[in-house]
Design a protein around this ligand. Structure first.
Ligand code: NAP
Length: 307
């Protein structure tokens, strides 16, 4: 029986582990299919306070884990196959084994949706990115391409014009899913060039080890061509990792946890932290802050229950 189980080993989960560990709660952290979360697939992080020279994303998240382990956190790898939150203790099936806990912190994040191009995964962190705020700075005066037609794509394209020489926004249809205001703002930006009815076919160059060009196809004419780019930003949405909690935790139509004040969910003793609830900020520092809040709430909950 664990006092706290934390699902997720990104900034939110690790920070929750540091705090609950330091409170003597010996948290068990479940490391899922993306160990270290989104930071583990970025390169340099320059906006996490405390690192004036910047820090590599994987290093930052590993440091957090070491810090949590120092305070007694235990990490195990596995997939949360099932969850039973209908009664306490809560029960989680991790791979084949059931674990029980008095409190649960869901910090399982939201995974960037990728297009599935043959070379896409190989070039993540080397020109392929899903986070303009994280990586835009590295593309000063460069050619940038953004894929998507929703608010994220508009926001990222606008943001990236601060850095890039030119930003080409590529969308698979004529109509945009983005809200009118976000679309109009992007359309008014002279540094954004538009390619509609167009999809990327692949991104190059894996031999060089960084992005140099993208092959595109017009879906109406089937014409294909290759365009030189340095940064390839995929902004086609995120998928919150809440599958085991469907029908138990309050989720919005896209699957994000609906918060019930602070770090609380609809189930007393179950708390959320990070991108699994936050579709707005999605930053390492906000996820860490959320992990801290969830840990403090879990600790107080246990105290109030006499543990
Ligand atoms: P989204 O609204 O689901 O839009 C995803 C876009 O990506 C759509 O245009 C979609 O095309 C395209 N897409 C999906 N799969 C694709 C694929 N395989 N290949 C090419 N294109 C693909 O996602 P989002 O933009 O991340 O926004 C999610 C939510 O967050 C929305 O509710 C949004 O309003 C909100 N948000 C708000 C703000 C803000 O207000 N500041 C900023 C960001 C996000 P189709 O249109 O053809 O389906």
């Amino acid at each position: 029986m664990h006092d706290v189980i934390i699902i997720g080993s990104g900034c939110a989960g690790n920070t929750a582990a540091i705090y609950t560990g330091r409170a003597g709660l010996k948290p068990l952290v479940i490391v899922g299919h993306e160990p270290g979360g989104q930071l583990s697939i970025t390169t340099e992080v320059e906006n996490f306070p405390g690192f004036p020279e910047g820090v590599m994303g994987p290093q930052l998240v590993e440091n957090m884990k070491l810090q949590a382990e120092k305070f007694g956190a235990e990490y195990i790898s596995g997939k949360v196959a099932e969850a039973d939150l209908s009664q306490r203790p809560f029960r989680l099936k991790i791979d084949e084994e059931w674990h029980e806990c008095r409190t649960l912190i869901v910090a399982s994040g939201a995974s960037a949706r990728w297009i599935g191009l043959p070379n896409e995964q190989k070039l993540i962190g080397h020109g392929v990115s899903s986070c303009a705020t994280c990586d835009g700075f590295f593309y000063r005066d460069k050619q940038i391409m953004v894929i998507g037609g929703g608010d994220s794509a508009m926001e990222e394209a606008n943001f990236l014009t601060r850095f890039g020489r030119e930003v080409t926004l590529v969308h698979r249809r004529e109509e945009f899913r983005a809200s009118k205001i976000m679309l109009e703002r992007a359309q008014a930006n002279p540094k954004i060039k538009w390619l509609t009815n167009t999809i990327p076919v692949d991104v190059y160059d894996t031999e060089k080890g960084y992005v140099t060009a993208v092959k595109l196809r017009n879906v109406k004419t089937n014409e294909e061509w290759t365009q030189d780019v340095d940064g390839f930003f995929v902004a086609i949405g995120h998928i919150p990792n809440t599958q085991p909690f469907v029908g138990q935790l309050d989720l919005d139509p896209d699957g994000y946890i609906i918060g019930h004040g602070g770090a609380r969910t609809n189930i007393p003793g179950v708390f959320h932290a990070g991108d699994v609830e936050d579709r707005t900020y999605r930053q390492a520092i906000t996820a860490s802050g959320a992990g801290c809040k969830a840990a403090i709430e879990a600790e107080r909950f246990l105290e109030s229950e006499g543990h």
